[in-house]
Design a protein around this ligand. Structure first.
Ligand code: 5RP
Length: 221
């Protein structure tokens, strides 16, 4: 299934999770906006609240959608820190390891999440998994791509996906993920890897999951 596509039920769960997270934003805050179909609902909920907030976007798509809804989006370079960042995820494990980057925006998403005092993840119930599995998105430098791919081994270049806004090649790790922490460290230490889509639990402040029985918020702070 293409990123962003989904069933009606998944879509309404995304909308509910996004609406709950929008309530965590207060007037005067600086807000990091993620990327994807769940974040598209967040933008609508935030715009409806009409708060005086300053936003940073993690992708050109989010930036233009947010602006169209009347949200104030500023360059990330203006901020050393953000009050909150809110973003979707492709997988959320029970210990709060995440996989992100189904929409190829994980590099900017990780930078924005890392700058935020609180990082809130919004997902529909299909994203809750018992354990993290491949694919894990990767952004690779174009320079030396063939040798980076050879060093990594179990990686597939994503078909028909344009380079990231920063020029990186979007690929996926398709090998084993026995220990997300070990894989994250290995990928981070591999020359040519710009960023991987494994987000560690200590980056996550809360996970807002909407399911058939309503919205559940798990706090990690
Ligand atoms: C984009 C992402 C998205 O947050 C992730 O793919 C979830 O997308 P969606 O909300 O459309 O299900 O990491 O890079």
């Amino acid at each position: 299934m293409a990123p962003g596509a989904g069933t009606d039920r998944a879509d309404s769960e995304k909308r509910e999770a996004a609406a709950a997270a929008a309530e965590m934003v207060e007037a005067g805050m600086t807000v990091g906006l993620g990327t994807g179909s769940t974040v598209a609902h967040l933008l609508v909920s935030l715009a409806r609240r009409g708060l005086d907030i300053r936003c940073v976007a993690t992708s050109p798509g989010t930036e233009s959608a947010a602006r169209e809804l009347g949200l104030q989006v500023e360059p990330f370079g203006r901020f050393e820190e953000l009050d909150i960042a809110i973003d979707g995820a492709d997988q959320v494990a029970p210990d709060c390891w995440l996989v992100k980057g189904g929409g190829a925006a994980h590099t900017r998403e990780k930078l924005v999440a890392a700058a935020a005092r609180r990082f809130v993840v919004i997902v529909d119930s299909s994203k809750e998994v018992r354990r993290i599995t491949a694919p894990v998105p990767l952004e690779l430098l174009t320079f030396g791509l063939a040798s980076t791919l050879a060093r990594l081994g179990s990686v597939r270049v994503r078909d028909g996906v344009p380079p990231s806004p920063d020029g990186g090649v979007i690929t996926d790790w398709v090998g084993d993920v026995d220990d997300p922490g070990h894989l994250a460290a290995t990928l981070s230490a591999t020359p040519g890897v710009v960023e991987h889509g494994l987000f560690p639990p200590d980056m996550v402040s809360a996970v807002v999951t909407a399911g058939p029985h309503g919205v559940n918020v798990r706090y990690r702070e």
